[in-house]
Design a protein around this ligand. Structure first.
Ligand SMILES: [Zn+2]
Length: 156
């Protein structure tokens, strides 16, 4: 049976990620919405705690965690859309009862789902003043054909 660490190590071996922090940094850099990544970690004292984003840096590499008996129970992917006070629905990916391939697939599917929701929220709210002629009216959709912002909208 695979332990959580075998799963993590094998699932991300091809990407060369050796720690949760590396996984988070690369996910963040390669995904337009810049998702947040969290990990539910069980310490040697059997205490469960969530680590998010930069906190993941305090955790050792997969191999070292395994050697120390620190367990990763699940990962969570989420995103905050800049300028809005809304968060995308975060997706939790369980490490129990899974295998490396399934886990890897589920993780990247979670990243895609969160990114899609984040870009949809962005498109619905980040129109520039010329998008659909809304002017400075707050929060309106982006006009994909808008010449002023090129269909990219503006940071609010
Ligand atoms: Zn525009």
């Amino acid at each position: 049976m695979n332990t959580g660490h075998d799963i993590l190590t094998l699932a991300f071996e091809d990407f060369g990620f050796e720690s949760l922090y590396e996984l988070y940094r690369n996910t963040y850099k390669c995904t337009p919405c810049g998702p947040s990544v969290g990990a539910l970690v069980r310490s040697i004292d059997k205490e469960d705690r969530w680590y998010y984003c930069d906190d993941l840096r305090t955790l050792p590499h997969f191999m070292e965690m395994a050697a120390k008996g620190i367990e990763v129970l699940s990962l969570q992917v989420g995103s905050i859309v800049e300028g809005l006070d809304v968060e995308c629905d975060s997706v939790v990916v369980e490490l129990e009862d899974t295998d490396p391939d399934t886990f890897s697939k589920n993780y990247w599917a979670a990243v895609d789902a969160v990114n899609e929701e984040a870009s949809q929220l962005w498109d619905e709210t980040h129109g520039c003043p010329d998008c659909f002629g809304h002017g400075d009216e707050e929060l309106h959709p982006i006009d994909p054909e808008c010449e002023s912002c090129g269909g990219f909208g503006v940071v609010i």
